[in-house]
Design a protein around this ligand. Sequence first.
Ligand code: G1P
Length: 291
Amino acid sequence: MSHIYIMHVKKAIFPVGGLGTRFLPATKSMPKEMLPIVDKPLIQYAVEEAANAGVEQFIFVTSRGKSAIENHFDHSYELENNLLTKGKRKTLASAQEMLKIPGSYAYVRQQEPAGLGHAIWCARHLIQNEPFAVILADDLIFGQSTTKEMIKNYSSGNMVAVMEVDKQKVPSYGIVKVDNNNKDLMQISEMVEKPSIENAPSNLAIVGRYILDHKVFDILEKQERGSSQEIQLTDAISSQLGKVPCLGYRIQNERFDCGSKIGFLQANISFALNRKDLSSEINNWLKTLTR
Ligand code: G1P
């Protein structure tokens, strides 16, 4: 009899320290992770995806000016009391749906914008000898099941989510080379952060979902600055290739790059089209545009 053993990944890190300069002026005093897709901030989609995967502890790597995120995942007594008094139970439920048992959310500050690898390293004291997930809220994936599927397929080492991108977009991503590109789970043999089109080993790009072995912290500790003069997570994972297994998981659902204006707008329209309470109205309106 064969047994499928599913690893329990209890913790997820959400790097939310970025400045969000691509969304100025909207993000001048508001974290970019609080930008809404329909009526829910990007970071809530990410946290819900993690919870849906069985994650119990949510670690945010923040920076100055990100306190709105902490408040979002806490009680808002005035608001809740007001809704309760007015008997608006449904609205109250939506204001409370992100509350978890005390101690589930932890925040650590990244004091300088030194890159994704540096952000992850800042959370090292909150992770023990255990694998953990990393979710980049900017990368919004339909279905909120990607992390769950990755954990299902994870047994040891490192795993990154991947998808094919247009050749012109290759310099914006971490790019991987795999041995078996026709599968959904692929052995990665090479990884490079933001290569030029000429030097890219493929057009298979890393999407913001990772399941990582805690040993990556030892590598990050000594990791030199790479692309954009930042400490890159891709470089740290790459330096373990050959010693630690590294799988690429092909995402199964549509992904929106909500770090870009176009991706953000597309996500809002697509998610609205997917909502029972909005789909017919938005659909009708979209039709008037194409007439
Ligand atoms: C980060 C990673 C990159 C990955 C991308 C996915 O880059 O460094 O490897 O492909 O996220 O969104 P960033 O978009 O933060 O520059």
